[in-house]
Design a protein around this ligand. Sequence first.
Ligand SMILES: NC(=O)c1ccc[n+]([C@@H]2O[C@H](COP(=O)([O-])OP(=O)(O)OC[C@H]3O[C@@H](n4cnc5c(N)ncnc54)[C@H](OP(=O)(O)O)[C@@H]3O)[C@@H](O)[C@H]2O)c1
Length: 323
Amino acid sequence: MKRILITGASSGIGLEAARLLACSNHRLILCCRTNARIEQTRRILIDAGADASRVDGVVMDLADLGSVERGCQQLLAQGLALDALVLNAGLQRAGDPTPARSAQGIELTFAVNQLAHQLMAMRLLPLLQQAPQPRLVITASDVHDPCTGGGRVGQPASLGELQGLRSGAGFGMVDGSPRFDGDKAYKDSKLCNVLMGRELARQLDEAMPVIAWSPGLVIPRGDGGFFRFNRQRNPLGMALFSLLARDLLRLTESVDHAGGLLADLSTAAEFSTAGFSFISNRLVRPGLHRFAAVETSAEGADPLKAAELWKCCTQLIEACLSG
Ligand SMILES: NC(=O)c1ccc[n+]([C@@H]2O[C@H](COP(=O)([O-])OP(=O)(O)OC[C@H]3O[C@@H](n4cnc5c(N)ncnc54)[C@H](OP(=O)(O)O)[C@@H]3O)[C@@H](O)[C@H]2O)c1
């Protein structure tokens, strides 16, 4: 029985992973944006067969570093070891003409997908290190890599010299580009996730498994989920895209299977190799994916950029929390 903290367990891939883990008698800590979201998620898990006494929650609105800090301090005060820290929450706002902002005025995609998760890793590492065989799992994406199918569509991920990030909270793009591109901001945030994993593994002397992974393209049916923003902005376009990619061409992965992969990454012995790895669920042909360790993009493999990104994110977090 493992004690697993997971972000993004209220929907999609994270919810399915949480369901599988909770029903396998692991102890879960759900980090959700509100108490109401925790309770809704707990109810789903309990209705699916989870033991209520094994599912706890901590409020962390990842769009507010103050909320993340309070949640982490609460966990540190409890002092209980964590066997797995699963940083899975994420959002994308492709097509947004202007940046949405977090509570601290930081571009929302970067704030939620990267900065909040780095703060969690910084604070909660001591709890992971108390566990006998801990691991850290980060849901990234193949779109961080301009050489992959998804990464080739639109502007490719690239962080430049981090000029935007270095300029303080008001930037739109991490690389300092003046024009905001929501799709690239998402790809950049996933490149940041890969670099964060690399840097964390280095800081831990490659002694703990740090797994960044890509679930493949997952388009759930219904209103919510990962493409909720696209559905609001362009319902017809999104319906056509779903019909083509999911139903006709069978390019997508199911939520259930992607959630199962995340549950495995969080607990299975086959994913316990120490050090950094990137594991991708890649489309081989319509209807068939292969889940295997692969190389990251060249930029995602740059140790100097990983260290510099970590440093700049730490400075921004500290400035925000002390401001
Ligand atoms: N779906 C895909 O095609 C795909 C492909 C590659 C990678 N990924 C990655 O997979 C991960 C999971 O995505 P998904 O497809 O499962 O999407 P999803 O169904 O939209 O789930 C996203 C999760 O993130 C949470 N979240 C977002 N903003 C938050 C905030 N401010 N505070 C706390 N939690 C917040 C959401 O909480 P609420 O429910 O409260 O909104 C939800 O639980 C993400 O990191 C995504 O980037 C997805």
